[in-house]
Design a protein around this ligand. Sequence first.
Ligand SMILES: Cc1ncc(COP(=O)(O)O)c(C=O)c1O
Length: 373
Amino acid sequence: MSMMQRTQTMEAAGHDVLHLEVGQPSTPAPVAVCDALTRSLSTLSSHGYSVAFGQKILRQRIAAHYQDWYGARPDWENIAITPGSSMGFVIAFLSAFDRGDKIAITTPGYPAYRNIMISLGLEPVLLPARAEQNWIADLDALAETGDLPDGLLLASPANPTGVVMSDAEIKAVCAWCDKHQVRLIMDEIYHGLSFKGPSTSAFVHNKNAIIINSFSKYFCMTGWRLGWMILPDDLRETAERLAQNLYISATTLNQHGAQAAFDCYDELNGHIERYQENRDILLRQLPPEFLGNAAPSDGAFYLYADISALTSDSIVFANRLLEDTGVACTAGVDFDPDEGQKFLRLSYAGSTDDIRNACQRINDWLPRLAKTA
Ligand SMILES: Cc1ncc(COP(=O)(O)O)c(C=O)c1O
């Protein structure tokens, strides 16, 4: 049974579950975004399709957002609104690669990357990005193998590790891809959620890169299913045809609402302070045997805890933790088929009270676990 089904069953039976397994903000979309959506309901044109790449005005707002945050403005016509970034990956893979092409991704990493690739006949190449690699893929080691992939997909801030690449590291990745003619796909969906300050975008440093982003995480709009991609010139036309055929357009009403998201930085930045406080509580209150050699957790809202001192089976551990304490977490095997048995991902996007309670329950439970192990 999946973790989601287990938590639902427990809640239906009256248990109080603390949701540290969910990869989404616990707060709603900004007030101005909801108001803009409500207003758009009374406009007839909001109820029809938009063009495949999305409303011009929203794409222009996104272009202005890049100017504000990164000091470089993409051509709005190269920006495509997608139904979540999830569909952005499909469009990116289909437009830039051919069946059988290899795309390198880091492990641990977001599992949908490899699942989407396999379903499209592409071959994911897993690059270790664990503690031994300082949690970032070693591209020089990849080049030394002499077997270069056709593409490289990286995320910063990363899921599940919360690792945030420095601007210098991002620039180096962009230069490496240019040098070796490897197409870069940069997943920037957790941009804005960094405790180390703002990051640069790969858009600024590599004109052939495909940039993937979303309204889901920083903007707290997971259920709205809206993402965007910035396409390099050579892929624009193919990507547009694919978008037209695969989904016609992203939801028009939601595109109206999303235009207001770029007026809401103050409200949204308030959530980052809470995430950081939550992260600090976990790091302070969980014992060393539960944290182990955890990844840095400098961004997104994830702590990738090294539980190897407690178990060699993260699925059994996560299930027992849930059953005994009501704290739901995600087993590391979801993100790393080889080493994930030793890790657990804790999402701290919830309320600070939930995080404190989770720490209390885990600390009360660990001595009991030790007795029965
Ligand atoms: C790293 C990463 N990329 C992409 C996604 C997909 O997000 P969405 O389709 O909601 O934009 C997720 C969702 O959790 C994620 O963690």
